[in-house]
Structures are given as C-alpha cells and as structure tokens.
Design a protein around this ligand. Structure first.
Ligand SMILES: Nc1ncnc2c1ncn2[C@@H]1O[C@H](COP(=O)(O)OP(=O)(O)OP(=O)(O)O)[C@@H](O)[C@H]1O
Ligand SMILES: [Mg+2]
Length: 328
C-alpha cells in the first residue's frame, strides 16, 4: 500500500530591503518604472504544498510518494527530501522549465513586491498516476493539493475512474478557480480539507450549501487556526479537536500542510478521525514555532510527552507503536 501526495513543489526566495520602496517611486514617471533595490539578505526556503506534506509524513516514519513537476534545478531539494524518507522517484523533471519559485522582497514598512513563477509546475498535467501505482502499489490514499489546475483535474479524474480513494486539498487554488474548476476537484473525495475562509469560498463558488458539499464528500475537515479543527460528516455530530498550545509563535506559514501530514499519517495507521486531527495539530504546532515550513525536527520522547499533555495517555498509546522519528 502507498500514499501518493500530489501538488506544488517550489522554493521561496525571500529578501528584505532596509529602506522603503515608496521612497524610490516617482509617481508621475511610473510608465518608465525601472527600479532596483539593494537588499540585505536572501533566504531560500523549501516549500510547495506537496513537498511540505511529504516532509511531515517522512518525519513521522512514513514513506510518502511525491507526485509533481520540477526543473533540472531540483537536485539539491530532492536529496533533502530523500533524506527525510520521501520517495521522489516519480517526480516529473521538465526539460525546459525551472522549478516553481516565489520571489519576494519586503521593505522596512512591510510593503511587499513579489512574483510567483509556476514554471515546471504546469507540467504536472502530463503526469499519470497509474504508472506510479504500478511501481509502488495500490494507494491507501491520494492527496491532491494545490498545483497546476489542469493537473489537479487530471489527477482527480483519474482517481475517480480507477477507484483510488482521494483527499481534496484545493486550498490556494480556491481563490483563483471558479465553480467549474472547484466542483470536480471536490466531488467524490473521501476527505475535503480547508480552513474556515476556504470553506466559505467553497460554498460560494460551487453554489453548493454546506450540506450539499457534505453529501458529496465523505468527511470535511475544517482547520480553525489556533482554535484547532472541526470535522464534519453528513448526519453526524461535528468532532472538535483543540490545537496544541504553542510554546512560542514564530511564523505560521506551512501549518496547514503539516496538519494534513499528521492527519494522513494517523489514517494510514488505521486510526480514526479524532486521533488523526490530534496528530495533525501536534505536527502543525512544530511549524508555528519555526521559521520556514520544513525546518522543524521531531524528537520522539518530547513529541509523545507533548501529545500526553494535550490529548492524554490514550492518544500516546495509539501513536507510539507506529511513530518512527528520524531523531530518537
Ligand atoms: N497559533 C497556533 N498554535 C497552535 N496550533 C496552531 C496555530 N495556528 C494553527 N495551528 C494548527 O494548525 C492547523 C491548521 O491551521 P490553519 O487553520 O491556520 O491552516 P491554514 O489556514 O491552512 O494555514 P496555511 O495555509 O497558512 O498553512 C490548526 O488546525 C491547528 O492545529
Ligand atoms: Mg492552508
């Protein structure tokens, strides 16, 4: 059995300019705009939703299969992921385009100038899941995260056709896509993931009521930030799971992806939704406490102690036999 994680693979290049962009802009000359800012530092961070989710799963001892498209420049990122238990053998390498890249400069007033280059990501529409399944075995689950929209549609269609259980995680693409894109991405999913804001985008853009969405997916997992998570199923009481209290809030980017990794790990261990949400919250809080989405490290003892403190010993007993951390 295998876990396929499809979605974006990207790096973020973040720079900070010590002055103010506004001081360099001449308002009546904007048609000839040409400015260059001498920035102080450059930080390159590994990211992309599918890569973040795989990193989290690998950290918990699973061996997820990353499904996505990158450029020739992926070599270093690939070896990082492989060192964290991620199977990268089915990643599609473009012959002509670079790996997706977010390039962003902030100034001292928090103004931001950014660009996103999708690059090789647009080739994820060329990926077929079947040959991957032939290599790694029938999937327990295929998670379909934000990616090239045509690629997302193709993977979702293939899952429906071949009967692979799929989890829909359209997140960032909800803002961009219209109802015609979003409806087929969700319909028939075993689980739909979103945060609260995205939940309203889903109902607004699909034109489906929350009940109607629930009639089309098995389960809807709605993350509530520091409030934790709510799990909805048609005709059943919602399950609420509290977040893990953070020790220090540093930067939340990537929490959603880590949550999904924990959730998926527990599911593949055969645990129920409440336990899955708890493991998701546990992994997510590690991301809140670090800068960057793949910088956290899990030490088994501390992780389980934190689990006991928030969710009790019964939760620890359920996780302990499965958990294989990279560090002791
Ligand atoms: N401040 C926090 N302290 C502890 N846990 C948090 C905090 N913020 C988020 N989490 C955990 O992360 C999970 C996902 O958070 P959230 O709902 O903010 O996701 P998101 O909006 O998809 O985030 P993003 O897209 O930026 O990764 C929550 O269910 C919770 O468990
Ligand atoms: Mg999110």
């Amino acid at each position: 059995m295998s876990l396929l994680v499809a979605g974006s693979i990207a790096t973020d290049h973040l720079m900070s300019f010590p002055g103010r962009f506004a001081d360099s802009l001449v308002v009546d000359q904007l048609d000839k705009l040409s400015v260059s800012f001498l920035v102080e530092d450059l930080e390159v961070r590994r990211g992309g939703c599918a890569a973040n989710i795989c990193f989290g799963l690998g950290n918990l001892g699973l061996r997820p299969v990353l499904v996505g498209a990158v450029g020739e420049d992926f070599a270093e990122y690939r070896s990082w992921l492989e060192r964290h238990n991620v199977d990268c053998d089915s990643v599609h390498v473009s012959e002509t385009r670079h790996t997706a890249r977010f390039v962003c400069t902030n100034d001292s007033s928090m103004a931001q100038i950014a660009s996103f280059y999708a690059g090789a990501m647009s080739e994820s529409r060329e990926i077929e899941l079947k040959p991957i399944v032939d290599r790694v075995g029938e999937p327990d689950y295929v998670i379909i995260g934000p990616d090239d929209p045509q690629g997302m549609l193709r993977h979702t269609d293939e899952c429906r056709q071949r009967g692979y259980r799929f989890l829909a995680d359209p997140s960032q693409q909800l803002a961009f896509g219209d109802g015609d894109l979003i409806r087929p991405l969700i319909d028939g999913a075993e689980i739909l993931f979103s945060n609260e804001y995205e939940a309203s985008l889903i109902t607004q853009k699909t034109g489906w009521s929350a009940d109607e969405v629930l009639s089309r997916v098995g389960t809807w997992v709605v993350t509530l930030g520091p409030q934790g998570v709510r799990i909805d199923r048609a005709g059943e009481e919602s399950i609420l799971v509290a977040a893990v209290p953070e020790i220090e809030k540093v930067e939340p980017t990537g929490v959603g992806d880590a949550f999904r990794a924990g959730f998926l790990a527990a599911l593949s261990w055969g645990l129920g939704h409440e336990r899955a949400a708890q493991l998701g919250c546990l992994l997510a809080v590690y991301v809140v406490e670090q800068v960057g989405t793949q910088e956290y490290q899990i030490a088994r003892g501390a992780f389980l102690a934190r689990c006991a403190a928030t969710y009790g010993d019964a939760a620890v007993a359920d996780f302990e036999p499965h958990l294989k951390t990279i560090r002791p």
